[in-house]
Design a protein around this ligand. Structure first.
Ligand code: NAD
Length: 484
């Protein structure tokens, strides 16, 4: 199989915060990989814009070093790297002042797609949006890309939306949730809506429950004081986990376009029942012999912020009434693993007896590691000895199934940036979706704060607090193993 790489239209991409951590670690190495894959057209131009005083040559050196550090083996291709760096420019700019804006305006005279990546603190979004217009740099065709966190509650998200809406239409605003750029997440839609097999079963007649796990082994060290003001609910659930929940639970959109998909996702969020406080468990990791505790990482000995959260949610609509959705995410867990598992119901009647009757189909969609899917099916154990049944996975690990093409399991950032240039918003969050997600999470967080809820402790390298296990055990179910 040969991958099809379709070059995008010529563009000018300005990266505000182009010298920052995100730009160096993700955005520029990702753009370089797209360049090497042949997706960048002749005349694509990338302009870093940040506070640091430097010229274009200094910026090229900075990005060359970043690609060497974060770009993987592709960075070794010196000829490609030199060609890519040749397309970079830089402007020293002050988001909140006048410095640099005339220089940027002078660079932006071409009639090509214009995209502006706001890789800066959200407090600067308004100032950037205003100056882009005041200096005539943004036009009706321009796009802006904004990063998480998009607010820390409904009020701040609304205010950010209003700030951006004062200068840009919704169709020009691309709110990144990099989970949506993952290959498997898009495959979720392909599997659900491109096969006749699954959709008839995708409801409360056949599904027992759904589990979504996003487990990390890292702690919050390094960004502990930032994380301590946020916690797992704001940092992971409100955006990534809820987006996954939407894609798994939404009704089929009438067609695959941005607003049709996002309309359906929004309906899921609006149908979420308020969370029962007894159906949520918060946790904080303890120290191990090798690593500090959450409170040490956060440099806050009295922190009540959660580094882990598990919950049981319900979607109040005809398709999902009665089907629990169990969500969990945490730091310093046993393995780095993200997975969605659709656990189907027991057979209504089994012709087999005893243990042989107790087998279930499970469709598991792995986001990391080893992106892919498998469907657990029941078969007869081969060999003599009668009718013994076993569960085996029908495994589609993309790297195995797609061979060389799996190398094109493109990093989420690259895919999303190319979508910005193409003008495709399907994999970006719409303003009303973000607000609806905050409207659901705000009362949960407010409840914890009002009660001074103390997170349960859990061991580094474990599955999270014992209470999270109990959340499922009480329902006669159990979490799937967290496997790296
Ligand atoms: P950073 O602090 O490393 O970089 C900030 C950048 O903004 C620098 O280039 C700096 O020069 C520029 N800047 C700051 N003030 C400016 C001003 N007044 N005028 C012009 N430029 C100015 O930050 P980062 O980690 O790269 O994060 C950028 C944004 O992306 C933040 O909103 C962050 O929350 C978000 N984000 C970052 C990551 C990540 O992995 N780093 C992940 C998700 C989201």
């Amino acid at each position: 199989m040969v991958s099809r790489v379709i070059p995008v239209d010529p563009f000018d991409l300005v990266i505000f915060g182009g010298t920052g951590d995100l730009a160096r670690r993700k955005i520029l190495p990702g753009l370089y990989r797209r360049f090497r894959a042949g997706q960048m057209p002749e005349g694509a131009r990338i302009i870093g814009a940040a506070r640091s005083e430097m010229d274009a040559e200094g910026y090229r050196q900075l990005i060359s070093a970043a690609i060497a550090e974060f770009g993987g083996t592709e960075a070794e291709d010196q000829a490609s790297l030199a060609a890519f760096l040749g397309g970079l420019d830089y402007v020293t700019i002050d988001a909140t002042g006048d410095g640099g804006w005339k220089d940027l305006a002078a660079l932006m005279s071409r009639d090509v797609v214009r995209a502006f990546y706001f890789s800066v603190a959200p407090a600067l979004f308004g100032a950037l949006a205003e100056r882009l217009h005041a200096h005539g740099i943004a036009n009706d065709q321009s796009r802006i890309v904004v990063e998480k966190p998009f607010g820390r509650d409904l009020a701040s998200a609304r205010s950010l939306n209003q700030t951006l809406a004062a200068h840009f239409d919704e169709h020009q605003i691309y709110r990144i949730d990099h989970y949506l750029g993952k290959e498997t997440v898009q495959n979720l839609m392909a599997v659900r809506f491109g096969n006749v097999l699954f959709e008839p079963l995708w409801n409360n007649h056949y599904v027992d429950h759904i589990q979504i796990t996003v487990a990390e082994t890292v702690g919050v060290g390094g960004r502990g004081s930032y994380y301590d003001k946020s916690g797992a609910m704001r940092d992971m659930v409100q955006n990534h986990l809820m987006q996954l929940l939407c894609l798994i639970a939404m009704e089929p959109p009438s067609h695959f376009d941005a607003d049709a998909v996002r309309d359906e996702k929004l309906k899921v969020i609006r149908a979420l029942q308020p969370l029962d406080p007894h159906h949520v468990v918060r946790g904080q990791y303890d120290a191990s012999t090798e690593s500090p505790s959450y409170r040490e990482d956060a440099e806050n000995a009295r922190s009540f912020t959660e580094s882990f959260v598990a919950m049981k949610c319900h979607i109040a609509n005809w398709r999902w009434a009665g089907v629990p959705f169990y969500l969990r995410t945490g730091k310093r867990l046993k393995a780095r693993s993200s997975e969605i598992a659709v656990v189907f119901q027991d057979l209504g009647h089994s012709i087999f007896e005893g243990d042989e009757a107790r087998h279930r189909n499970i469709l598991s969609i792995r986001l990391q590691p080893n992106e892919g899917m498998d469907l657990q099916v029941t078969i007869k154990e081969p060999g003599p000895g009668g009718m013994r049944l076993i569960d085996v996975p029908l495994d589609m690990t993309f790297a195995d199934a797609l061979g060389d093409d799996a190398g094109d399991v493109t990093d989420a950032y690259e895919r999303l940036i190319m979508d910005v240039i193409r003008g495709n918003q399907t994999l970006f969050m719409r303003g009303d979706e973000v607000e609806a997600a905050w409207a659901w999470t705000d009362p949960i967080i407010a409840g914890w704060e009002a009660r001074n809820d103390v997170p349960k402790h859990y061991d580094t390298g474990s599955n999270g607090p014992e209470d999270a296990m109990m959340l499922m055990h009480r329902d006669g179910r159990r979490w799937r193993e967290i496997k790296g």
